[in-house]
Design a protein around this ligand. Structure first.
Ligand SMILES: *Cc1c(COP(=O)(O)O)cnc(C)c1O
Ligand code: SF4
Length: 357
């Protein structure tokens, strides 16, 4: 069976009949991000037309449509606005545009490259590393990154209703060695504030949990999602919050995305970034140095630079490890030490991410 495409477990709520001015401002902001999601581009033809690009970019429109069937195109308007019209090599466009090569099936590229299935202890919970466990909070994302390492993850089997989380909560309560919960997915910030608050409150009730880490691409791709309600929720919880954003290129961190990230930083929340080393997107010293410097200028610490996980359909993004090492060494020669992320790969069965540099 083809994997269930990642999409919200329930469609974004329709716009209320009332005008936004009659809503409280935080409710208006909540409606605003859901509307932004509903307005995201889902058709490759529309994406290309918006950028003034030819319909047939390189070989294989039909193949591209085939690739889209198993992992649909999804691009929020805010992200589109940061692309350069007329540039088929735009580093943001290349992250989201389906390509014929996705249908290639080179040896070594598999559905579950990182051993997620083996680490799944109960529905929706992966426990791989000491002290930390990862909740698949939702299978939905606001953008579909063509290199995604969970593009084949069986989200259909994971919790949908709040009560489905009980086994995961019970597991966390029973394992006193776990001190940190990572909310991941999919994108955990596609849960609305009520569902998120419910989940965070349940976690905060478990006495040995101390930290909450949210792995999210939304501040970068759907900046509206950084609402006052979200910031209040993160500040109010007993758990120490960390937000790990995911930007791969400095040009992603401008305009509304830059404002959203700065709001988190200004609220006193520790914000880290993880990036993936991607062929044509950021595989140059200039691109990586610009990304890292942009991050520290915003008060965000570059945390990890991931070697691409060898997931089926993503081979066109792979950069050889030797080249990655050379790039990271060159970045280190240019920037402060704290601006240089740890270059890592994920090997199934290892007790931590494996440093490569
Ligand atoms: C990457 C990962 C973590 C977190 O690892 P850190 O090195 O602490 O960032 C935790 N759980 C799972 C399943 C992971 O894949
Ligand atoms: S990389 Fe992250 S944001 Fe992109 S599709 Fe995968 S899970 Fe979603």
């Amino acid at each position: 069976m083809p994997p269930a495409p990642a999409r919200p477990e329930s469609p974004p709520s329709p716009l209320p009949a009332t005008r936004p001015s009659t809503l409280t401002s935080s409710l208006a902001r909540e409606v605003s991000w859901q509307r932004s999601l509903a307005l995201a581009i889902r058709d490759p033809e529309v994406l290309l037309a918006e950028l003034g690009l030819e319909r047939d970019l390189g070989p294989g429109v039909l193949a591209r449509l085939e690739a889209v069937r198993s992992f649909p195109l999804l691009v929020p308007r805010s992200y589109l606005a940061r692309m350069t019209p007329g540039d088929p090599r735009d580093p943001l466009l290349l992250q989201v545009l389906p390509r014929a090569e996705e249908l290639d099936d080179p040896a070594g590229f598999v559905d579950d490259a990182v051993g997620d299935a083996a680490a799944r202890v109960v529905p929706g919970l992966l426990h791989k590393y000491a002290g930390r466990a990862l909740l698949i909070a939702t299978g939905a994302c606001a953008i579909h990154c063509r290199y995604c390492f969970r593009r084949h993850y069986p989200y259909g089997d994971e919790p949908k209703r709040l009560e489905d989380w009980q086994p995961a909560l019970d597991y966390l309560a029973s394992d006193r060695s776990v001190h940190e919960v990572l909310l991941s997915g999919g994108d955990p910030l596609l849960l609305n504030d009520d569902r998120l608050a419910w989940l965070v409150d349940r976690l905060a009730e478990i006495p040995h949990l101390r930290r909450l880490r949210i792995h999210t691409r939304l501040p970068v791709v759907l900046p509206d999602r950084v609402t006052p309600g979200l910031i209040d929720l993160l500040r109010a919880t007993r758990l120490t919050p960390f937000v790990v954003i995911h930007a791969n290129h400095a040009r992603e961190l401008v305009a509304d995305a830059s404002d959203a990230v700065r709001e988190l930083v200004r609220a006193g929340i520790s914000v880290l970034n993880q990036a993936v080393l991607l062929r044509r997107v950021n595989d140059s010293v200039d691109a990586l140095a610009a990304l890292c410097e942009r991050l520290i200028d915003m008060g965000v610490l570059p945390y990890y630079l991931h070697q691409l996980d060898r997931v089926r359909g993503t081979s066109q993004f792979e950069v050889p490890v030797e080249e990655g090492r050379r790039l990271v060494a060159a970045v280190r020669a240019r920037l402060p030490g704290y601006a240089v992320p740890e270059y890592v790969c994920e090997q199934p069965g290892e007790p931590h991410k494996t440093p490569l540099a």
